[in-house]
Design a protein around this ligand. Sequence first.
Ligand code: C2E
Ligand code: MG
Ligand code: MG
Ligand code: MG
Length: 283
Amino acid sequence: EAKNKGKNNYQFFTEEMNQLILRKSKLATDMRKGLEHNEFFVHYQPQMDISTEKIVGVEALVRWVHPELGPVSPAEFIPIAEDTGSIVFIGEFVLRQACLQNKAWQTAGLPHFRVAVNISSHQFSQCNLTETVCAALSAAELDAKYLELELTESIIQSSPLAVTTMQKLKLMGIHLSIDDFGTGYSSLRYLKLFPVNTLKIDQCFIRNVINDPKDAALVDTIVKMAENLELNVIAEGVETAEQFQFLKQKNCNQAQGYYFNRPLPPEEIERLYHPTSHLQTHA
Ligand code: C2E
Ligand code: MG
Ligand code: MG
Ligand code: MG
């Protein structure tokens, strides 16, 4: 009987593995076509200044609604796009879109804020990254100071030209942040070497910050370290008032998370400033 059970488990497992592999390869092949067919779009999540509770930036987050499979999470398709190289096209799409959108908000009279774009390792190690960024800025006529690029510790660590590339971007006037800070393996020495403006504390430290004294101690330490290094610090994944109050008390600069807003389509960002505008159009 045990043998039978084992066999069934084995079959169940392979069937599940099969489905996963099929889905993965389907996503991989459909991605490029999806880009051409406008299945990809960008949502924007506000980043709040903790003391003023005003929006100081938005993070651009890519979305894909597959015609048969429905919405696919970036957590699922970004790693696939990295493997196939499609990330270069997706990344450039998001970058261009984010610059155009931010310029459109400025033109529409919204207060000026930065738009932060995630850069994957594949993109970062491309020799023409600075040219691509330049082209996106000039196509949108957006001032470089309104663009931020989010890099992860692993990207920075694995690229031999990281410092040079970052210095070029910094000289252009672009802000640089380290995403998911604290989850990579980078050494503290990098904080001295790399010209970054902002540390983004990963959401895994924020999740239990109220109940877990170790998380609380780590967040406190990262905030103090950022302050000492004169870096801006933003907490990701803030979901509750308690977490927000904790961060405020620790003098963390900024926060981003569902407590304030989910990632939103561009028109909803506008609505945050003109809450009655959609009522007027329907009146
Ligand atoms: P990330 O850059 O660390 O982005 C933050 C993720 O946390 C987003 O997930 C966001 O929707 C989610 N989030 C925000 N607030 C909260 C909260 O309060 N609680 C929880 N539980 N989650 C929150 P999303 O949009 O699914 O993206 C996942 C990851 O996919 C991103 O992590 C980023 O690494 C990658 N990604 C997304 N868009 C792009 C892109 O355009 N290019 C590249 N290269 N990567 C992207
Ligand atoms: Mg990010
Ligand atoms: Mg992050
Ligand atoms: Mg993340």
